[in-house]
Write a protein that binds this ligand. Sequence first.
Ligand SMILES: C[S@@+](CC[C@H](N)C(=O)[O-])C[C@H]1O[C@@H](n2cnc3c(N)ncnc32)[C@H](O)[C@@H]1O
Length: 173
Amino acid sequence: MPTSSVAQMMRRPARRAMVIELPFAGPAARNTAPILEVLGREFRGVSDVLEVGSGTGQHAVAAAAAMPQLRWQTSDLAERHAGINARLAISPLDNVLPPLELDVQRARFPAPASFDAVFSANTAHIMSIEGVRRMFSVVGDALRAEGVFCLYGPFRIGGRFNAVRWERLGRPF
Ligand SMILES: C[S@@+](CC[C@H](N)C(=O)[O-])C[C@H]1O[C@@H](n2cnc3c(N)ncnc32)[C@H](O)[C@@H]1O
């Protein structure tokens, strides 16, 4: 190649590459199958689902793929939206909706009684007890009569953790 062509190529502006970060959570990858097993039972007859704290969007796309009859509305704090949107962009699903901005500790739910079900995973244990109360209040606003709320995460039942591994987190659930 003549030197002048090389020189021209060197002067050509580099093409811009757009990097979209796809967040990934190991726990979500591990707990998806057992969660879907329960949701498959509990969400029978359900159409509209709100997810609180969608995080990486992994549960949203897995549930929407496994249960195509659902319309799955993701939500989270604004700072998580780019990651959720990145995951939705690579998931060929038309039954998952882009995230609503929802901080369950601050807001009342803007569209009362618009969901048959609410799902949330690993959110309550990072909130204060007052925050958890507020989340239940927002969930109550969002649900239609006879709606169902499925909440996954660490709990104490009768003073004992629901799974031994939670003991290691050493938190006052
Ligand atoms: C440990 S992550 C779990 C994410 C996802 N549900 C999962 O299981 O992989 C906790 C999630 O709760 C969200 N979150 C924390 N406080 C919240 C609040 N007040 N309202 C709504 N979402 C909240 C975080 O942004 C984060 O996405």
